[in-house]
Design a protein. Structure first.
Lengths: 305, 305
């Protein structure tokens, strides 16, 4: 019932100093053990670990009420700024590397460590699951910006274990325009601009025309932006294209590929860059529809039994 | 730049299995070290520790994207439910014992451990700093509930080090009515019902008439309530009265006192109960204004130099 047991000891008429606040883990244990028997075992495990880490964080740093309350205000602010267009709670996690970390952990769990599957990267907040189908070799540029460079992006999707091409893999591609805005953030862009929803053919091939990506800042008018500012960091992400690839019986891949010549490759504000995901946009000649080419082959893994 | 370094080793034509995801703390270090030189030293310390604990939490539990996203949704929900009347981010912290812990830490920092000052307890979300002054020995009951029991509450405020009574200490008292609602939550209660704002006289005395407190649930229609439900816990708090006591040059005391006969003393949903704060409401005879008496003396500490 109590955080500390207290004995008002007096010696020669003088109160004996005693530790007034017992900040060891007895209190933390009491909080963890308050969970009832009907708690789901996984939630029990997660909450016990989370409570212990958060209490340790408070104790190790002598966290004050005032400092804690600033954190509470930041969390409340994140919720208040979140809506259909943005997820500020997610973005707060992104700028401390948490989404990238749990993405890695999840991939490891799903794929295991034996296959040479394409590395994953974070989903981010701009995916749409309602993009209409795109024919192979079509353009996903519905609103062409004046400074856009067109890329012929193509590749083969293979089984990571056997190397065999896979037919019928659904590939989602999405990217922002050269102003750094995704179509749902920008009324000047046509609906589904720069979004493709393709299917690999019998040789595992997919191909489309898109834009060379550009760096852009994550939204920095909320608590995540405020945190970046307080941490003396910029909000920029290196130029990237989002990819999702999936087929029944295969582990769905969510990733991003990064232009090797982009700024911010080594200081992505959301820590999503992996060496294996850095790609080279090459000059393309003889194709009137594009000036650049990006060959990007993908390897996905059958689900573990 | 990368989470893992990768060597595509091949031995006798077979790819050599290698750890695909390097989940050690190199990644965590890179996130922590992203903070720039202009970061405030205290924020740098706090964020480094917080990032390390959160990453360790994710790694130790193989936290998945799906589980993390449930946490993000809970945080966003907390912000969306917060307003002038309630602070759901605070309440989420309360039900995992965090406010009680940082309250303890802060008191220790302010008071040190040498004085026998009255123990602190959490402020909670219902304090108002605009309560009008109350005369000593007046009643703070402006809306009398039919099932209310009136208490004559009084005591002497003393210096924790010298034992001398202190004149001119401002005492705020607040409590909910017998329906479990504070006046700002309940249109049926008069403004400032059950709130007192007193000043000790030259003998350190304060006195007022209030209600015997009752247990009540914390608001359980938001994420904190959902978390309590998932953890198979009830939302109730034991019967208590809030007290704040302050005077220039003294460390302000924020505490709660708990009825020793109340339910939930050992399983307060926000973990605020301390042994020293449990009090005894005694039968009172010969006073037409009250049937119960609570003598509660307070010791506050001069600020450390």
């Amino acid at each position: 019932m109590s955080i500390q047991t207290s004995v008002n000891a007096v010696e020669n008429g003088v109160p004996v100093p005693k530790p007034q606040y017992d900040l060891n883990s007895i209190f933390t244990d009491s909080v963890i053990n308050a969970s009832g028997p009907k708690t789901h075992p996984r939630l029990r495990q997660l909450m016990a670990s989370l409570i212990r880490h958060i209490h340790d964080f408070a104790r190790e740093n002598d966290l004050t009420v005032e400092e804690w309350m600033k954190g509470v205000e930041m969390i409340n602010w994140a919720g208040q700024m979140s809506n259909d267009q943005r997820n500020e709670g997610q973005l707060l996690c992104d700028v401390i590397g948490l989404e990238s970390l749990v993405d890695d952990i999840t991939s490891k769990l799903l794929i295991g460590s034996n296959y040479e599957a394409t590395k994953s990267a974070i989903l981010g907040p701009f995916f749409r699951n309602d993009t209409p189908p795109t024919e192979n070799d079509a353009s996903i540029i519905k609103t062409m910006p004046s400074d856009g460079e067109v890329v012929y992006m193509h590749g083969i999707v293979r089984d990571a274990a056997t190397g065999e091409p896979i037919e019928g893999v659904i590939i989602d591609i999405w990217q922002c325009s050269t102003n750094g805005l995704y179509e749902q953030q920008d009324p000047a862009q046509a609906a589904f601009n720069l979004r493709g929803h393709l299917t690999t053919d019998e040789s595992g091939y997919y191909g489309l025309y898109c834009l060379r990506p550009v760096p852009y800042p994550v939204p920095d008018d909320g608590p995540a932006g405020r945190l970046l500012q307080l941490l003396d960091r910029h909000p920029y992400r290196p130029a990237h294209i989002h990819i999702m690839a999936g087929k029944p019986r295969y582990t769905s891949l969510t990733t991003q590929i990064f232009d090797k010549n982009s700024k911010y490759l080594t200081d992505d504000s959301v820590f999503a860059v992996k060496e294996d995901l850095v790609v080279d946009f090459r000059n393309l000649e003889g194709n009137p529809k594009a000036t650049l080419e990006l060959e990007y082959n993908i390897k996905i893994s059958e689900m573990k039994p």
